[in-house]
Write a protein that binds this ligand. Sequence first.
Ligand SMILES: Cc1ncc(COP(=O)(O)O)c(C=O)c1O
Length: 654
Amino acid sequence: MLRPSRSWFLGPMAENEGLLSELLIAAVKSHAEWRRSFRPEDPGLLPPCQTELQRDHAAAADLRREFGSLLKALHGSVPVFSARYNGHMLSEQTIASQAAYIATMLYNPNNVSAEVAPVTTRVEAEVTAQLADMIGFDSSRCWGHLTSGGTIANFEALWIARNILYHPVAALLAARTLGVDVSVELLDGARAPLGDLDLWQLLNLRPSSSLNLWEKLWLAAPGPDVEKALNSHSLATLGYQDYSRQLGAQFGDELPAGVVLAAGTSHYSWAKIVAALGIGSNQLVVVPVDIHCRMDPDALWREIESLSWDRIPIMACVSTCGTTEEGAVDDLQRILDVRARAEAELGVTFHIHSDACYGGYAASLTRAPDGSRHTAAAVREECGGTSWPTDQWVRSVSALENADSVSIDPHKLGYVPYPAGAFLLKDRRGRELVATDPPYLAVAASVNDEQPVMGRFIFEGSKPGAAAAAVWLSHRTIPLTTAGHGRLIAATLRGARDLHALLGSSDFSPFSVVRLPEPDLNIVCFLLHHPALETLAELNALNEYIYGELSPAAEKPPPYIITRTRLTSPAYDTVLQSLLSDLRGGGGSYVDSSGQGITVLRATVMNPFSDVDNAGYLLGLSDAVRRVAVGFLSYRSVNVDSDPGSLLFSAAST
Ligand SMILES: Cc1ncc(COP(=O)(O)O)c(C=O)c1O
């Protein structure tokens, strides 16, 4: 049975305080030695005069006092280290990451460039290679870096995907300017002169064919004019308005705006990103999900078919590995199969991005300690000979290697401090399509080809080398295999499945529990209901009340912390239908006529020690939910046991 090591974390009762203190003191001492050894001949601070000495003492006393207030104020934080916390995707951080972060922060390296952060930019490159190896990207061909989080990693994915989509148009116009033509590989493997393609074909080349065009133009017309010609026709230079004017003028065809396909369960960052990139939220096409909250591949196919009939180009399809609300893992392999079918039957292709911000670390469970890929049977064996995980789960997680880009957040299931997201691009040439040369960093770029200036290719500028060191040390000591992170994932997934089972088998009377299907990762969604609650508004009021009492904002400290979400139409139609029918089966007659959706309670079972005394904590949690629900009834001044039909819930629907 895979279990996390007790020495990886500080522990719920700070059991490893000694180890963390030892590492932090070593960090401060080592940093002080470094300072003293830099220029030992330099004079130290001049001996202060008496008045200055007094002022310095007073300043130090101020610092101590204010620091003390901060330390005290921090006790008001949310106790995410505790197994009683099952709220958002947030938990303990590894001791390795805490020590590395604090040690490195004393040096404050800025990973925007190797010139100012020679050590930690190397470390960041190693982290990227570790993550690439875990998901199965070829680290000699891919590129990646750490970001401030998943939102920025997702942003870069779509930024690059969009530019790859439109690149062949710029390449064709550049070729005309340069007076050359080059051949290009079509979806069926045939080759054709670029100049012979119509606009629809240009916008349906594989990303690799699109990226090959750059080099081909260089070979056909060596020299700096290629870049100039490409730039002058690129979307990045022209902007959307001039770009579509250009399409109209050059091809007599403006084509409808390109779209992004994403399931209703996708993270809200995608709505921000399409707005920020000027793609427009109208162009974010929602693909229905199945009962497990996974993108429905059949619905995806129907969507692509209908878009192709209307000649609407597809920039990207976003598949999620670990949805924010439910931890659902899309069947990525089937999504890839749908794209292959679209290429063969419709002549349509697009970039596939996996938003694995939450679930990406699950890939560590598919890696044996030597890094080789485990079969599904071997993963099950590692998990203690259970029937879990299914072949389909292992196939979906392993398929990350076939996505065009992937975002993974170490600051989520990687158990390291913020800020640490990561973006991985399978074909590193794509980064050139978003490159901007920073003049004040250009020299550093030319002297260090191996570690080019990061700022050239990324959306952010200054970024903490400390975050890179934190992820690096954590991965070095807790490998991305079943010897390390796989154990963490397995433990929390076990905890979530146990909670799911417990909620299904416990006696909640007079309430009953309706659950979403067994989770793909470690997030459990459920709701309570009572036969006397006649409308959805009443039902939602009950579950909102439970959430209110079991959230950090509750009036008195709650015994357990969970969170909640609301499943709305049309994004969750299949799930809503199923929930509503379960609820009706339980005696209600619920309809979602006003489109308000259903509030579900959400427990993220992420504590690395949640399986040490799992049963106790899980029982405690389910008991707390039931007790709070009973409190809701008294809150409404009603005695449900004597006369459930007499409940006065009118206030609950307000
Ligand atoms: C699936 C998914 N993608 C992206 C994000 C955005 O991550 P961040 O908050 O680090 O920007 C989240 C955050 O919860 C997420 O769950």
